[in-house]
Design a protein around this ligand. Structure first.
Ligand code: UTP
Length: 292
C-alpha cells in the first residue's frame, strides 16, 4: 500500500521561539541550509507519498512558496553558473505536489488535521509534525508504512522517554506483539507522571485511516483547550486496530530551543560540505565549558 497523501500541520504559533517566529514561520527555520519543513516533505516523499497537504495559517505563505518553482531565481543561478545552488533550488521546487489548506485559528493539531479532509479523501494518509526531526536509516514514516501494510488501521510512532518528561507527551498503553510493534489498548494526552500508563510517548508521525475525519469532527477540545488527535485515536480504538512502532532513529524536538540546537549540530556534523570543518571546530571547543 502506498500513501496517497501526507498531511503536515504548520499552523501553530511557535510561541517557544518568539521573537524569531514573530514574522517568520517556525517551520521555515533552517537546520543548516534547509528549512525544517523540507526535511519533513523529503521524509514523506521517501515513504512514497505523492502529495503533501500543508495545514497552514495566514502569514505563513513562505512555506508553500518554498515548494514552488522560482523561474527568475533559477535563471539567475543558471546565468551565474551556480550549478550547485541551482540544483538545490530546483530540488525544493519539484520535490512533491504540495497543496495547502488553511486553519484560521490554531485550535489544536486534531483540528488542523481535520481541515485537510477535503483534499485527502477516503484512503489512509500520513501525518507528520515537522518539529519532530528524526535522523534515521529508514525514514520513520516509511517504518510506519511497513507496519501499516501488515496490520492496517492506525499506526503511530512512539519513543521511550524518561519518567520526568512523560507528562509533556501523549502516552500509550498496550502489549508488545512483534519486535518493536505494540498493540495499543489506550492512549492519554499529557498524563500526570504517576498516571502515565507506560514510558512510550507519541511523537509526530502517524498513519491514519480516512474514517478519522468523521471522529475528529465529533472530538471536543481536550487538554489545553485544544482538539487533540490523541483523543480522536482513543475514540477510534473501539472500531479500528491501532499499533505503535518504537521507531529506529534519533529524534530532536525542534519545537524547543535546545532540541533545535542539537539537531543543528547533528545536521552540520553530517553535512557534505561543512561536516569535516565543523566537526574539527566542535572538537576544539568541547571541554571549554561555558564562556564567561
Ligand atoms: P506544536 O504544539 O509543537 O507547535 O505543534 P506550536 O503550537 O506552533 O508551538 P509552541 O508550543 O507555540 O511553541 C506541532 C505542529 O502542529 C502545528 C504546528 O505548526 C507544528 O508544526 N499546529 C499546532 C497546527 O498546525 N495547528 C495547531 O492548532 C497547533
Amino acid at each position: 500500500m502506498s500513501l496517497n497523501s501526507t498531511v503536515i500541520p504548520v499552523a501553530g504559533r511557535g510561541t517557544r521561539f518568539l521573537p524569531a517566529t514573530k514574522a517568520q514561520p517556525k517551520e521555515m527555520m533552517p537546520l543548516v541550509d534547509r528549512p525544517l519543513i523540507q526535511y519533513a516533505v523529503e521524509e514523506a516523499v521517501a515513504a512514497g507519498s505523492e502529495r503533501i497537504v500543508l495545514v497552514s495559517a495566514p502569514g505563513k505563505e513562505s512555506i508553500l512558496r518554498h515548494f514552488r518553482r522560482d523561474a527568475e531565481l533559477e535563471s539567475f543561478l543558471e546565468r551565474a553558473g551556480r550549478t550547485q545552488s541551482l540544483a538545490m533550488v530546483r530540488h525544493a521546487g519539484t520535490l512533491a505536489t504540495v497543496d495547502a489548506v488553511m486553519q484560521p485559528e490554531p485550535l489544536g493539531v486534531g483540528h488542523a488535521i481535520l481541515q485537510a479532509s477535503p483534499l485527502v479523501g477516503e484512503g489512509p494518509f500520513g501525518v507528520m509534525f515537522p518539529d519532530d526531526f528524526i535522523v534515521a536509516q529508514v525514514p520513520v514514516l516509511e517504518q510506519l508504512r511497513r507496519v501499516h501494510e501488515q496490520y492496517g488501521g492506525i499506526v503511530i510512532a512512539v519513543e521511550r522517554v524518561p519518567h520526568d518528561e512523560i507528562e509533556r507527551y501523549g502516552v500509550i498503553d498496550g502489549e508488545q506483539v512483534d519486535g518493536n510493534v505494540v498493540r495499543v489498548s489506550d492512549l492519554v494526552e499529557k498524563p500526570a507522571r504517576d498516571r502515565a500508563p507506560s514510558d512510550l510517548a507519541i511523537v509526530g508521525r502517524y498513519i491514519l485511516p480516512g474514517e478519522i475525519f468523521r471522529i475528529l469532527a465529533d472530538t471536543p477540545a481536550g487538554v489545553g483547550g485544544e482538539i487533540q488527535i490523541t483523543d480522536a485515536i482513543r475514540a477510534a480504538l473501539t472500531g479500528l486496530p491501532c499499533h505503535a512502532v518504537v521507531f529506529e532513529g534519533q529524534r530532536f524536538d525542534c519545537g524547543s530551543k535546545l532540541g533545535f540546537l542539537q539537531a543543528t549540530i547533528e545536521v552540520a556534523r553530517r553535512h557534505e560540505d561543512l561536516g569535516a570543518e565543523f566537526s574539527r571546530y566542535l572538537e576544539q571547543v568541547s571541554g571549554q565549558g561555558r564562556p564567561a
